[in-house]
Design a protein around this ligand. Sequence first.
Ligand SMILES: [Ca+2]
Ligand SMILES: [Ca+2]
Length: 79
Amino acid sequence: MKTLTKLTFILISGLTLSTAFAAGFNMSTAQTMDANKDGAITKEEYMKQSNDMEAWDKMDTNKDGVLDANEIKAGFNNK
Ligand SMILES: [Ca+2]
Ligand SMILES: [Ca+2]
């Protein structure tokens, strides 16, 4: 069950990411990336879903290696 959920999760995120990244991020992208659901996206979590480090650099505005709630709001809100 856990493995299946994880697999579905990866498949769905792969599908959404290919379009989401071209058109910009949205909150469901953010939720997908936040694998441990602590409300922040670490670089590790991000890199499991994307290798677009240009986008990462734009979103991690204070350069601490984590997207906090505010950075997520700012970076993922454009549809
Ligand atoms: Ca997280
Ligand atoms: Ca940050």
